[in-house]
Design a protein around this ligand. Structure first.
Ligand SMILES: *Cc1c(COP(=O)(O)O)cnc(C)c1O
Length: 492
């Protein structure tokens, strides 16, 4: 009896000792204020210096520094921790927040989106399931509905899912298409998927992850503006049919990552509909341009697709971690992601709205809607429309100015906001010259541009999509390109 009392007492003492340590995980109001103030001061300093910070700082040879030190048992001071962040994380490599970020598809980072994440993370609502967080789910469904409406899908049937990015959205869309068309292992090698050489590599990866690698992949030719040749697509489908194959899906691109090309969506949609194929449109980069009138015209036909991917972390200027899959008929997504779990029985009621968990491979997930909802609410739609039209015009302006300069071979007038170009010197290897030019501009650091290979030619790109990029930075880019090209010519 007495021994029991002793044992209980010693267990209680042990628990209380552990509790004293465990409570350190839950700072009090004063501690929270200190942490928040320090983090806020850090971000303010970052933003205030953004104009002077390089858009790129070479990072391959960055010393490993503090990031290899083992985690300690004891707490560290926030100032020390932020100093590590400043020197080891936020200094080397590409600075996507920089106004001079023209590489790849530039990132965003709207400030209220960070506050949206902050609010979502502190309150930590369980946004995957309606029962657990009806408000969070409705908020996300409102965003999905808005994006599906932008695409032009009918409100009654449309739906979708907010994802971590375009790759996952492509994967989820392709899985839904696979289920809708009953594509099974038995006839995989007769099933045909149609792509173009401008399709994003995440589509090939998604096909592989979806178990569809053995489908026949047809790479349809592109025209001189890098757009899929619709006639060639139609002819290829017919030829495949006659050969006894089973064409089932076309993946068109609305804004290719490489050159910003938009496939002829309306014509491709008619072909897909006439021949009974699923049409998936990868508009990860281009989709947001639906918010402005010139973009709507360029993307006309997108509304006839079965599924579309849009990356809010590109054209809606959000920080990384935001993609969206949109479906003409959300039921296909529900069928592909159906699940059952005994322990979820409280959460399921047939008459309530679908939850993200019903439409996505994810169960637990961040409440990622808030990072988009907050900026849309706080800014309103007008500045988004303006910024997107402005970025289109900035790319055209860059294209027009560079086309007038001697020695520049400039690609087609951009469909969206990516321009391709290369300098053609009087003498010497053009590829090698442009490789050195890209390196010179990157090492200068005031802007960052990336390069690609187009039909075997080393080609420079300028992608205008950072919301902080204005006329000033585009004119600086023109100036720097000319300056570094001339220096290279002189030193040759
Ligand atoms: C960026 C991009 C993707 C991949 O999206 P992530 O968000 O990087 O995963 C897919 N397709 C296109 C056209 C893109 O531009």
């Amino acid at each position: 009896m007495l021994r029991d009392v002793h044992r209980k007492r010693s267990v209680r003492e042990r628990i209380q000792a552990l509790e004293r340590d465990a409570r350190r995980l839950d700072p009090d109001a004063a501690q929270r204020t200190a942490l928040r103030d320090a983090a806020s001061a850090y971000t303010e300093q970052f933003l205030e210096r953004l104009g002077e910070l390089p858009a790129y700082r070479p990072g391959f040879d960055n010393p490993v520094g503090a990031l290899v030190q083992p985690f300690a048992e004891e707490p560290a001071d926030i100032e020390q921790v932020l100093a590590i962040l400043g020197s080891e994380v936020d200094a080397p490599g590409i600075n996507p927040a920089s106004p001079g970020a023209f590489g790849y598809i530039p990132g965003g980072g709207l400030y209220p989106a960070a506050l949206g994440d902050f609010l979502a993370d502190v309150t930590n609502r369980y946004a995957g399931v309606f029962y657990a967080a009806p408000g969070a789910v409705r908020l996300e469904m409102q965003l999905v509905g808005w994006l599906a409406g932008l695409v032009g899908y009918p409100a009654g049937t449309a739906g979708g899912d907010l994802t971590s990015g375009g790759s996952i959205a492509n994967l989820s869309g392709i899985v839904a298409a696979r289920e809708a068309h009953g594509v099974r292992a038995a006839d995989l090698t007769r099933r045909v998927v149609y792509l173009s050489e401008q399709s994003h590599h995440s589509v090939g990866k998604a096909l592989r992850l979806a178990g569809l690698e053995e489908c026949v992949h047809r790479i349809i030719e592109v025209d001189e503006r890098w757009r899929m040749e619709a006639d060639a697509l139609a002819a290829r489908i017919e030829a495949d049919r006659r050969a006894g194959l089973l064409p089932w899906m076309v993946v068109a691109t609305a804004g290719s990552t490489d050159v910003g090309a938009v496939d002829p969506l309306g014509t491709i949609a008619q072909i897909a509909a006439a021949k009974g194929l699923w049409l998936h449109i990868d508009a990860a980069y281009g989709g947001a341009f639906l918010l402005c009138e010139p973009g709507r015209q360029t993307l006309a036909g997108i509304e006839q697709s079965d599924s579309t991917v849009i990356d809010p972390h590109k054209g809606l200027f959000l920080p990384y971690g935001s993609g969206a899959l949109l479906m003409r008929d959300r039921e296909h997504l529900a069928v592909a992601n159906r699940y059952h779990a005994n322990y979820m029985q409280d959460a399921q009621r047939p008459d309530v709205e679908l939850s993200p968990a019903d439409l996505s491979p994810e169960l637990s997930r961040p409440f990622r809607g808030l990072r988009l909802w907050l900026p849309l609410k706080l800014f309103g739609l007008a500045p988004f429309r303006a910024a997107l039209e402005e970025k289109l015009l900035l790319a055209r302006h860059f294209h027009a100015c560079l086309s007038e300069q001697p020695h520049w071979a400039v690609g087609p007038t951009p469909d969206l906001s990516v321009v391709t170009y290369r300098y053609v010197p009087e003498r010497g290897d053009v590829d090698e010259f442009n490789r050195r030019l890209a390196a010179a501009v990157q090492n200068d650091g005031r802007i960052y541009i990336s390069s690609t290979q187009l039909h075997g030619r080393f080609t420079l790109r300028l992608a205008v999509l950072n919301f902080r990029t204005y006329l000033e930075q585009v004119e600086l880019a023109l100036e720097l390109l000319e300056h570094h090209a001339l220096r290279l010519v002189e030193s040759a």
